[in-house]
Design a protein around this ligand. Structure first.
Ligand code: PLP
Length: 363
């Protein structure tokens, strides 16, 4: 299967997918109104709730994560009300833009790229104005920053009308996230990052408060209308035809994840982060993200040695690895090493050894 010159993905999405998961997608197709499908859907619900650490429902969406951004903004912000977006990188910036493109009013707390948002900043904003939602990115993939979601959620919780909407696209199943315990109303994710599935399916834990809010918003559209999705979900189904093959893959992958254990998985990612940071500093390179908020799933390496990242990527391609060259306005000044999904410490060590060979070739 696949081509012999496959390069193992070290980019922050899509990530390398194990062969067993790829093969799960080749099972015979089933009708999405069949009992076999209802069984699959119910089985997935049980496992997804464990993965999100929630007792609420988990939506399964035939879209990438971007679709659920649109759904979140559209269903959770009422006309004449506002959302507060915490912006500090390419992805948080885009989500804010999506809220606006859906006609929603927003305020923004901007931090410099590479910095985290603090609960103090959020609390100060909430004291000044009222918000229907606080929209925050758990793990800013462009900068390698993990935001302190637990502490941010804690300052938002006392404001009853304010929902906490979390993009955990590149954090989920790699960086600690406790949906119910931390009081998160919506945690949305894609498949192709730390979940280590192929792209094309997205998931979101949804609280009752989110659904109560959606009922107060008249123009929810159709594809991402949370009340439609909820009505189908109760019958173990989806409003439109779902990505069934990807659901087969998710079923198998969730078994592997729950066998590994969520907390063990978080710990493995922390170990890979620490290994990557130790390598980075000992090679006279820097970490772009603020100390104390560096991501367990992706490290944005500050290219303080100013080498040509295209040459690095080309060299690494010769070693069988597909590397990132940085994202958006910090491309080249940084490059990212993704250590997420099913990557092992051994594979990461191979990647770092390859990078060492590249660095010594510069001398
Ligand atoms: C990749 C990414 C997205 C976009 O997700 P898609 O699945 O590509 O739509 C959103 N947020 C973050 C933090 C991401 O890393």
């Amino acid at each position: 299967m696949g081509s012999d010159n496959h390069k193992r993905l070290v980019i922050p999405g899509p990530v390398e997918v194990r062969r067993e998961i790829l093969e799960a997608q080749t099972a015979w197709m089933i009708g999405h109104r069949s009992t076999a499908f209802a069984d699959l859907f119910a089985r997935l619900q049980g496992k997804l709730k464990q993965a999100f650490l929630t007792t609420n429902r988990v939506f399964v969406s035939g879209s990438s994560g971007t679709g659920l951004w649109e759904g979140a903004s559209r269903n959770c912000i009422r006309d004449g009300k506002k959302a507060l977006h915490l912006v500090g990188g390419a992805f948080s910036e885009r989500w804010a833009e999506i809220s606006q493109l859906n006609g929603k009013q927003i305020d923004v707390i901007d931090v410099e790229w590479g910095q985290a948002h603090t609960p103090e900043m959020v609390e100060a904003a909430l004291k000044k104005d009222r918000y229907d939602a606080v929209c925050v990115v758990h793990n800013e993939t462009s900068t390698g920053v993990t935001n302190p979601i637990r502490d941010i959620a804690a300052v938002v919780r006392p404001y009853e009308e304010t929902l906490i909407l979390v993009d955990t696209v590149s954090g989920f199943l790699g960086a600690e996230l406790r949906t119910d315990e931390w009081g998160i109303d919506m945690a949305l994710t894609s498949s192709q990052k730390a979940f280590a599935l192929p792209p094309g399916i997205a998931f979101a834990a949804i609280s009752d408060r989110v659904l109560e809010r959606a009922a107060q918003v008249p123009n929810r559209g159709y594809y991402f209308d949370f009340l439609e999705i909820e009505a189908s979900l109760k019958k173990h189904n989806t409003p439109s035809t779902p990505p069934i093959s990807l659901m087969f893959a998710a079923d198998v992958q969730l078994d592997a994840i729950l066998t590994e254990g969520i907390e063990n998985r978080w710990a493995r990612h922390m170990q890979m982060r620490d290994l990557t940071l130790a390598w980075t500093f000992s090679r006279d390179l820097g970490a772009f993200a603020q100390d104390g908020y560096r991501s367990p799933t992706v490290t944005a390496v500050a290219n303080t040695r100013g080498f040509d990242v295209d040459a690095m990527a080309k060299f690494m391609s010769g070693k069988g690895f597909s590397m990132d060259k940085g994202y958006g306005k910090i491309k080249g000044k940084t490059f990212r090493i993704a250590h997420m999904g099913d990557m092992t410490v051994n594979t990461l060590e191979e990647v770092l050894a390859g990078l060492d060979e590249f660095l010594s070739s510069l001398n």
